[in-house]
Design a protein around this ligand. Structure first.
Ligand SMILES: [Zn+2]
Length: 135
């Protein structure tokens, strides 16, 4: 299968099959320790990290530095707990959008145009905690 998410999420995603009805580029985060509960952090430069509740491994979920069409502001980056994540830790869904294919351009899975991050609550509902248009 193809993995339509940026390189930096390689080895941290499980195909979120049950959510695929609306978007096929939606992934459930999964740590290399098999943990699936994370605490989210966001930075003053629009980046998002997920810290595994089991082993404290930090996974980059969104970082403008990685996307060809995006421009990231220079300077030191400081992270703080994401306040919109109401339940901590929780399972996390990351969804990526891409622009329409262009005939003369080779597809680049880092060339995302949009990212949405949802937290899954204990009652099974999901809340949108991050929503950013890349370019
Ligand atoms: Zn872990």
């Amino acid at each position: 299968m193809t993995f339509l998410h940026p390189d930096h999420l390689d080895s941290y995603t499980r195909d979120a099959f049950s959510w695929k009805t609306h978007n096929e580029n939606c992934y459930l985060l999964s740590c290399t320790c098999a943990g699936q509960e994370f605490n989210l952090f966001e930075s003053d430069l629009q980046s998002v990290l997920a810290e595994c509740a089991g082993c404290q491994n930090r996974i980059t979920v969104y970082d403008l530095e990685n996307y060809p069409a995006a421009i990231k502001l220079q300077g030191a980056e400081s992270f703080s707990p994401m306040v919109s994540q109401l339940e901590r830790p929780s399972r996390i869904l990351a969804t990526f959008e891409y622009g329409p294919p262009e005939d003369d351009v080779v597809f680049d899975r880092n060339d995302i145009t949009w990212c949405q991050i949802h937290a899954l609550l204990a009652d099974g509902s999901k809340i949108l905690v991050f929503d950013d248009e890349t370019c």
